[in-house]
Design a protein around this ligand. Structure first.
Ligand SMILES: *[C@@H]1O[C@H](CO)[C@@H](O)[C@H](O)[C@H]1NC(C)=O
Ligand SMILES: *[C@@H]1O[C@H](CO)[C@@H](O)[C@H](O)[C@H]1NC(C)=O
Ligand SMILES: *[C@@H]1O[C@H](CO)[C@@H](O)[C@H](O)[C@H]1NC(C)=O
Ligand SMILES: *[C@@H]1O[C@H](CO)[C@@H](O)[C@H](O)[C@H]1NC(C)=O
Ligand SMILES: *[C@@H]1O[C@H](CO)[C@@H](O)[C@H](O)[C@H]1NC(C)=O
Length: 316
């Protein structure tokens, strides 16, 4: 009888433990809606529109399994516009490219959980193959340092180990570099994408106060993805996209094309929610023409948007 009682208590304990862990269980696998296709990793929401479109638009157009992972929810100009506004602007841009309503009603929210962190993820109600995952890490200035108003360390400072951890911009999660690496590699191994799209992984990380460099958030986000692929032994095609620097190259498509129309429309849906963006083609052109001739491009610089609108370049 005593043995039976012990076994019963043991089974009861197992049940309680499994119920408790189930409540906090990682649900990465269940919160992913499709496999194959592509994942676009970017530092800021606008990067997808500036640097990875029209490719991103083409994937939506053929209903590919398309996931966006955004490291920060910072806007152009980096600091000031609230996170909710930036995310809403980005969702409107994606909805416009997917031919869905652009008033926010097109999206469902389901959170991803991993090691007690809860990460917001939204997908299109009618097209759940289109999913956005918001890591909401704190963005930095072009050289990776904190803005005067920032609390705690930036994404770059975490990557270069100037800080041991940092709190997400929504104050809900604490990120360490190790956790970020595990999270990225879990997402990639569950998601099984064929194409991993990142920003410029070859650009040097800026020196403190350096100007004219690729924005530190861009190159850090790309490096983190490649490191997580190695850590998780995950193999896929890697496509790196040129960032700021592409304004120096020739246009890669023309105004008047379907690609231009899709990119411009999406960008201006986003711009309506980011106070630092130019809001029309004419305004972006005027910002470009008024910039000083020695002006150097940053990832947060509306002076270069007119050029980015007609360009998309790969890093080789
Ligand atoms: C998801 O997370 C957000 C922010 O952490 C929270 O406000 C929201 O209630 C959560 N939603 C669900 C469905 O759990
Ligand atoms: C975050 O880092 C600080 C040191 O910078 C440390 O005191 C703290 O315990 C860390 N918190 C977590 C949750 O890792
Ligand atoms: C960067 O600029 C700030 C503010 O101008 C200055 O305090 C700091 O010493 C500079 N750092 C370097 C490494 O030049
Ligand atoms: C861009 O143009 C708008 C309107 O023409 C102007 O208000 C804004 O200050 C300009 N921004 C920059 C960064 O030049
Ligand atoms: C550009 O030139 C102006 C005027 O000569 C100067 O004040 C400014 O500091 C220069 N900017 C850069 C980034 O070199």
């Amino acid at each position: 009888m005593r043995a039976a009682g012990l076994i019963f208590r043991y089974i009861l304990l197992l049940w309680v433990v499994s119920r408790t862990t189930a409540a906090l269980a990682d649900n990465i696998a269940e919160s992913i809606h499709c496999k194959g296709g592509s994942i676009y990793f970017a530092a800021h929401p606008a990067d997808i529109l500036f640097y990875q479109t029209p490719d991103f638009y083409h994937d939506l157009y053929v209903f590919k399994c398309t996931t966006v992972v955004l490291f920060t929810s910072s806007g152009v100009g980096g600091y000031g516009t609230p996170l909710d506004s930036i995310e809403q602007g980005f969702e409107n841009a994606v909805a416009s490219m997917a031919g869905k309503p652009i008033d926010g009603t097109a999206w469902d929210q389901t959170n991803m959980t991993m090691r007690t962190r809860s990460i917001v993820s939204r997908s299109l109600k009618d097209l759940p193959n289109v999913q956005i995952i918001y890591l909401r890490l704190p963005g930095g200035m072009p050289d990776g340092q904190a803005y005067p108003g920032n609390k705690g360390g930036t994404l770059s400072q975490l990557y270069t180990q100037q800080v041991q951890n940092t709190t997400s911009s929504d104050n809900n999660n604490i990120y360490t570099l190790f956790f970020l690496n595990e999270l990225l590699s879990s997402i990639m191994s569950e998601r099984q994408a064929n194409d991993i799209c990142v920003l410029d992984y070859r650009a040097a990380l800026p020196e403190p106060n350096e100007t004219g460099c690729e924005h530190a958030d861009h190159s850090v986000s790309a490096r983190l993805v490649l490191e997580a692929m190695r850590y998780g032994r995950y193999r896929a095609n890697i496509r790196g996209y040129a960032g700021n620097i592409m304004h120096e190259f020739n246009p890669s498509f023309q105004e008047g094309t379907v690609d231009y129309a899709a990119k411009a429309e999406a960008l201006f849906h986003y711009a309506a929610f980011d106070e630092h963006m130019c809001n029309t083609r004419e305004q972006c052109l005027s910002n470009a023409s008024e910039r000083p001739t020695n002006s150097t491009a940053h990832g947060d610089d509306p002076d270069f948007v007119a050029e980015w609108l007609v360009r998309e370049y790969y890093v080789h």
